[in-house]
Design a protein around this ligand. Sequence first.
Ligand code: IPE
Ligand code: IPE
Ligand code: MG
Ligand code: MG
Length: 344
Amino acid sequence: VYGRGVDGMEQDFSDLIAYAKHVASMVNELILDKVMGEPKDLYDAATHLIKAGGKRLRPLATVLAGRLFGLPEEIGVRAGLSVEILHNFTLIHDDIMDKDQFRRGVPTVHTLWGEPMAIIAGDLLFAKAYEALLDLVNYGIPADNIIKAIKELTWGAITVSEGQALDMSFENKNDVTINDYIKMVYKKTAALFKSSICIGATIAGANERDLKLLTEFAEKVGIAFQIRDDELGLTADEKKLGKPIYSDLREGKRTILVIYALNNIPNDERKYLLSVLGNQNATKEELARAAQIIIRSGALKYSDELASKYLQEAIVALNAVESSDVEAKELLRKLALFVTRRQY
Ligand code: IPE
Ligand code: IPE
Ligand code: MG
Ligand code: MG
């Protein structure tokens, strides 16, 4: 499993992929036990996306961050359930907001159960995420550390909501700057990476200095992750990605690529792009033509370079963390690099 970054460096991700699979299988074994109950319809809706899979990168980050400070994997995974469950809640509501029909290769929750049930399925998962952290009382984790972890999750949930509201408010706004964009994706995406990492580290009892460094690491990786998500939304193979491409264009999202293109293309192309952006009736051909205009503008080169700048800074912060688990640190470094090289 190889991937070439913008720096042209080859990286072997096979150890990361193997460890990610190992963590995902532990997550999958535990997560459905957390989301069980009646009425059946509600729980079927709430577990639909969870069962469909996903990369499970956030609990992976929690486990690795915990390992840096000696936290056993089994505890890290239980803590990681909270961020994966919260993530799945945001996805269910996000797909309603973004009017998306499929994710993880399956129809979205609101497509199958309708919006009212999808809303309440999301609400259920939101509460379950907290329950997952409270369960740690049964595993000998000091109450103080659990409270700190709950604080992290709460901050993440609040910040994601703020980010999602900003994301919506940018639709149909033509003067969104790269700076506005970074603030928005910091909130909608990087915040939950920050929570994921800090929950693991906090539960393991990391000191303030290392928590600060890991915060910087997670936030920068999270921003790069969303930049890559924007790229994939324009260039990916839909089958591999498991979610629709061009939906950002149809919804008028101010992705990093759209912002760059609007500032760097001739007037006639700008006019055309603006006529497609946010147009619910745009045809597949019109969306594809808009995508071509964006790609030809050089937006991908710009976004690649910006993402790799964030990653380089993230890795500098990670390197300064004091840990005796050399393997966990190396896997976190690979996880950061994987974020911009992923195809799904
Ligand atoms: C999708 O996250 C939502 C974003 C923050 C872009 P992932 O790409 O991690 O989704 P799954 O969990 O693997 O499906
Ligand atoms: C990502 O939203 C952030 C959250 C889901 C909270 P997007 O709308 O950019 O992500 P995808 O592309 O639908 O996964
Ligand atoms: Mg979306
Ligand atoms: Mg969205």
